[in-house]
Design a protein around this ligand. Structure first.
Ligand code: GTP
Ligand code: MG
Length: 204
């Protein structure tokens, strides 16, 4: 897929600020500092559309990016931010619920986990959230450049086991630094969108 146009169409903390539910969406979730904004910039082929920072907790709003006027990438605020106050944590939970409950055209949630670690308690909680809302998910392991090639497979099977994924499910390793894995991810997204549009043609 060639990304011709990317536009940040909305930044929201509540439902009233969401754009109309008119296009299919793929949301990205992950622990704060997991490398979500870096990956999104790489995917969308824009240097610094999503803000990258050394201090975790940068993305605190739900950001809707419209791609090629065809689908949207939704950047969800990171969780597990160590310094986050209780009220911030509650706000985060409320924001997620509101989002997951209301988006009719949410095709998939891409959940990012750090390839170096087994998923944290909060990663698992997020994943259970997705199951609870009966959403489709895709697990992506970030910062693949931080470990050696031979460690990658081992690490992926550890994540696979911890999240109790089915045998069929694959985890895509990516590195925003080395610019690897994003093409495969983009292909998955393209397939989903194509399928969505072929189904909606049938419904017409
Ligand atoms: P918040 O918005 O704060 O929740 O974080 P985020 O998940 O958007 O992470 P962000 O992209 O801002 O990256 C966090 C830190 O990890 C930055 O210092 C990045 O440079 C670094 N980082 C991101 N991706 C990679 C990667 O693929 N490899 C390496 N080595 N570092 C990365
Ligand atoms: Mg971010």
């Amino acid at each position: 897929m060639i990304i011709k146009k990317v536009e940040l169409i909305a930044t929201a903390v509540k439902k009233g600020q969401y754009p109309a539910d008119s296009l299919p969406e793929i949301a990205f979730a992950g622990r704060s500092n997991v490398g979500k904004s870096s990956l999104l910039n790489l995917l969308m082929n824009r240097k610094s559309l999503a803000r990258v920072s050394g201090s975790p907790g940068k993305t605190r709003t739900i950001n809707f990016y419209e791609i090629n006027e065809k689908f949207r990438i939704v950047d969800l605020p990171g969780y597990g931010y160590a310094k986050a106050s209780k009220s911030l944590t509650e706000t985060w939970g409320g924001m997620m619920e509101e989002f997951f409950e209301s988006r009719e055209k949410l095709l998939k949630v891409v959940q990012l986990v750090d390839i170096r670690h087994t998923p944290t308690a909060q990663d698992i909680q997020m994943y259970e959230y997705l199951r609870y809302y009966k959403l489709e998910w895709l697990i992506v392991a970030t910062k693949a450049d931080k470990i050696s090639r031979s460690e990658i497979q081992k690490s992926l099977s550890g994540i696979h086991k911890t999240l109790e994924l089915s045998e069929m499910e694959k985890i895509i390793p990516v590195s925003a630094l080395k610019r690897t894995g994003h093409t495969e991810l983009l292909e998955e997204i393209e397939k989903l969108c194509d399928f969505y549009f072929s189904q909606s043609l049938e419904r017409e």
